[in-house]
Design a protein around this ligand. Sequence first.
Ligand SMILES: Nc1ncnc2c1ncn2[C@@H]1O[C@H](COP(=O)(O)OP(=O)(O)O)[C@@H](O)[C@H]1O
Ligand SMILES: [Mg+2]
Length: 286
Amino acid sequence: MENLIKAETMSERLHNDGTTVGRNTLISLKGVSKNFRKNGKEITVVNDCSLEIAENEFLVIVGPTGSGKSTLLKLIAGFEAPTTGEIRVGGEIIKGPGADRGMIFQEYALLPWRNVLKNVELGLEFKGSRSEADNRAQAMKYIDMVGLSSAVNKHPVELSGGMKRRVSLAMILVTKPKILLMDGPFNALDSKTKMTLHAEITRIWEHEHNTIIFVTSDLDEAVKLGDRIAVMNQSGQISKIFHNGLPRPRTGKAALDTEFHNRFIKLREEVLNEVKAGAGKTVCEY
Ligand SMILES: Nc1ncnc2c1ncn2[C@@H]1O[C@H](COP(=O)(O)OP(=O)(O)O)[C@@H](O)[C@H]1O
Ligand SMILES: [Mg+2]
């Protein structure tokens, strides 16, 4: 059991070329830092982060509030440029946002005057792609995938929070990004909706072979979803990366197995301790 849930130390991580999980590296961060000016002072929000993410990996990032998780995701998305260091996707240094990377924010922005179908088609309209019929077929495929077939004609005002999240997920998925960057996409949802969406995002990831970087403050969610869990600390560093050797599926009946359950709790505890250790004086919601 000890071997399966192995924490990666800083020195091991720096030598990690992605082969540790038996796959090719897709995203690499080398010495990435991001400074902002705050009240006339320069602050380092992301601090010398080096990390390699494998193709079709599900990487989860956790850490106390203000540890730079969202900024790190925006850097990978290309919405922000690093102050130092470099980020490569498929070997190429990224120069800005790209169709290969789709970002899903905590706050979803649906157009209230458009129904579900029309909102999802929007993703394709932005992309300026193909015929109307083709766009519709693609949109329907992803609406079905997120379990919203029965709500295609509904408008945002008629949808629950969970359904809105599904629409925004379908809006991004329909553009077929190789990389999904998800910043607290299921925050503030009730636990039943969350569980359903966990099963769905896992199924989509297995089916579409995306590479996912998923930020959360929910450690149950982190252990349920991640192949690895990276912990950021108050100084904007990645303090530790945990390999998550728990077998999949991790939901439903599998979660009732005693050995599975014990391993799950143990890993969650180890991650929690690492988050707490890196929280310093900052707010720690865990
Ligand atoms: N554009 C910005 N300008 C100035 N400070 C920023 C900016 N974006 C984020 N910050 C600061 O960077 C720190 C980390 O923010 P963030 O990446 O949102 O952390 P997290 O997502 O882990 O809560 C915070 O102190 C925040 O105020
Ligand atoms: Mg954030």
